[in-house]
Ligand binder design. Sequence first.
Ligand code: ZN
Length: 368
Amino acid sequence: MAEGQSQEDPKLQVEAAGKAFEQEFERFVRFTGDAVAETSLSLREGESEQRALAEVRTRHFGKKSALAACKKAIGRVSPDERAAFGQLVQQIESNLSQKIEQAEQTLNRLVESARTQRESIDVTIPGRHPRRGHLHPITLVRERIEDIFVTLGYAIEDGREIETDFYNFDALNIPQSHPARAPQDTFYTTDGFALRSQTSTVQIHAMQRRGAPVRMIAPGRVFRRDTPDPTHNPMFFQVEGLCVDRGISMAHLKGTVAEFLRRMFGPNTVTRFRPSYFPFTEPSAEFDFSCFKCGGSGCRICKNSGWIELGGSGMVHPNVLLAAGVDPNEFSGFAFGFGIDRMCGLMYSLDDIRLLFENDLRFLEQFE
Ligand SMILES: [Zn+2]
């Protein structure tokens, strides 16, 4: 201790230390004694008071505090006054520490209860329901189609949406400059790729990968350079079906398509095949089914014809089998395809298939 300080009356020093404490402690008095029961604090206030009180403790009880200096001074007090001085220091120290401990305990309790209150759950408040999404109408129809074909023993194939000329045209018996390329004009990239214009591409991939026999359907997106109108969209969904095995005939094709349509639209559904032309099948046929709404007597949906045109089909052309590495002398097969959007539009009586792709919740929520 410095020379000058030692000459001061240590008794006055310890009393001054006690007074300085009392002054700073004044704001915490409400956390001691009888007033405590009525005190309540928010969690934030409580935590800030805890920090302030911890600072007071450090300032008055820490190593550099006036009280610590007084305790060191005990040894330097003359022997006859030492006992009385020591007692005084002890008394003041225990008095102060008692107060500060009491305030600390009260504050801890208040903060704890504020914390519990904040975290408690009011079970009487109605819960917040997260909005549940639902499947898109095209997905609903696609899944129904898939379910039916899976039970008929078909695998579901996933195809790529970007294709080479080979898979989109050549392998499907549509060589360069063949007129069948025109109505299937699609979107090309600069390096020889194109967005597939039909899911028939998956036939080739599936046969190349699995060989024959094979039974699969491939639902997916296809693209054409069409101007959007109520029945056209440059992007739409198709499902392609392929069955290749020994001895497959047109009868298998007709039976499969008819059975699918009965399961899709009801047991009384009648299927009709009309001769047609597709480069990748020979012979080829388009198929219609009796209107599910009027049963064939004529209505708005079937445009009073009683029939609904759905898709194309036929026996897989030997050139297609060859392109996919399957021997047409050993195997034969049938293929068919139709639009999922079109089927969806029919089933839900949509006036405009573009509604399916506009992401308008007022429309989509009807399918929940
Ligand atoms: Zn009808």
